[in-house]
Design a binder for this molecule. Structure first.
Ligand SMILES: Cc1cc2nc3c(=O)[nH]c(=O)nc-3n(C[C@H](O)[C@H](O)[C@H](O)COP(=O)(O)OP(=O)(O)OC[C@H]3O[C@@H](n4cnc5c(N)ncnc54)[C@H](O)[C@@H]3O)c2cc1C
Length: 316
């Protein structure tokens, strides 16, 4: 039976395909939309002729100051969807002028306001792979518009090829304004892009014990300075990026905000979080049922001076 169709209330006004499977889509609601906080997301919906309606969450990539003009979304066409009516297949078949549903209610707590706070003076390290960049473009473009600077933020951004780097020029303009560039894209398939002279490898690899020293140097931090005293971290994207960044940063004493991980690691409530993430897929971040994995990660926290392990146990 076909799913209930969604009711269209907005128009796709502009489509910019970076590649056939990666695009920036502008949507203008029929009625003036409410503003939002950078980092939030909305539900978009489309109808398939036979299969009916489908709705999915998308981070808003554009800054709030443009909300009366349009909302922008950075979307990847999913080659191997898990549903039988994937939204991305409908979206990538759409043309400018086509209709779409954008739910009025704007959602989400992955905002600086709801995490470390806007006034936190530490370097804010924003880590993304692929379309996980979206919340961070909204943040830095808004701050730059309001303040003329990006609130002490750096973006580390992983993509397969240079052509997959969305918003590259705009981010360079906003973030690379001092001696130490704060827009650090990393390409995981550099052998297919001989002209690339920036960072290489998956973005999460730059946080490994072997590579973090180089990252510190790039960011203008002293040796050992990538720590919770100097930095906070926000990560957005798929499980692999989040898990590998997080587990590497436990060595440096970064404390996740995620309630389940805190419980499993036995982190006391009073220990303030310094690492926040938003996940686009549903794969568990780590296998919290594996006692050996949990014990090893707790040990990393303890070695970094975090009072973890009190009552820690693998999730049953
Ligand atoms: C809060 C939130 C915000 C999101 N924001 C964005 C966004 O800004 N841009 C975006 O492209 N997606 C985003 N997503 C994912 C999005 O909601 C859909 O899951 C995705 O577009 C796939 O939908 P689908 O119907 O085409 O495929 P489905 O049939 O639902 O297939 C799901 C499969 O797609 C994979 N997948 C999901 N998202 C991605 C992705 N971004 N890149 C590669 N594979 C993916 C999953 O691992 C899963 O295997 C977000 C998800 C959440 C929960």
């Amino acid at each position: 039976m076909a799913a209930k169709p969604v009711e269209y209330n907005a128009t796709i006004t502009h489509i910019n395909l970076l590649t056939p499977t990666l695009g920036i889509f502008r949507v203008k609601p029929d009625e003036p939309a409410e503003s939002f906080i950078p980092g939030q997301y909305v539900i978009l919906g489309l109808n398939h002729e036979e299969k009916g309606g489908v709705m999915r969450a998308y981070s808003i990539a554009s800054p709030p100051y443009l909300h009366n003009e349009y909302f922008e979304f950075f979307v990847r066409y999913v080659n191997h969807p898990t549903s039988d009516n994937p939204l991305t297949h409908l979206l990538f078949a759409a043309k400018e002028g086509d209709r779409i549903m954008m739910r009025k209610r704007i959602q989400g707590h992955f905002t600086v306001e709801k995490t470390m706070g806007l006034e936190d003076p530490r370097l804010r390290v924003l880590v993304a792979s692929g379309t996980g960049l979206a919340p961070f473009t909204s943040m830095v473009f808004e701050w730059y518009h309001q303040l003329g600077h990006a609130r002490n933020s750096a973006i580390l951004y992983g993509a397969s090829y240079p052509t997959d780097l969305g918003y590259r020029e705009e981010l360079e303009a906003v973030l690379n304004r001092s001696e130490h560039p704060r827009f650090l894209p990393s390409i995981s398939r550099p052998h297919e892009a001989p002209e690339w002279d920036g960072l290489t490898g998956r973005v999460e690899n730059h946080f490994s014990p072997e590579q973090i020293g180089f990252l510190e140097h790039q960011l203008g931090l002293p040796e050992g300075g990538f720590n919770p005293e100097n930095c906070t971290v926000m990560i957005c994207g798929l499980q692999g990026t989040i898990a590998n960044t997080l587990t590497s940063l436990l060595y440096r004493g970064f404390v996740p905000a995620d309630r389940k991980l805190r419980r499993v690691f036995g982190i006391p409530q009073e220990v303030k979080p310094t690492l926040f993430f938003e996940q686009y897929d549903t794969t568990p971040i780590i296998d919290t049922k594996d006692e050996a994995v949990v014990a090893e990660l707790v040990e990393r926290l303890r070695a970094a001076g975090v009072p973890a392990g009190e009552g820690a146990k693998a999730a049953g």
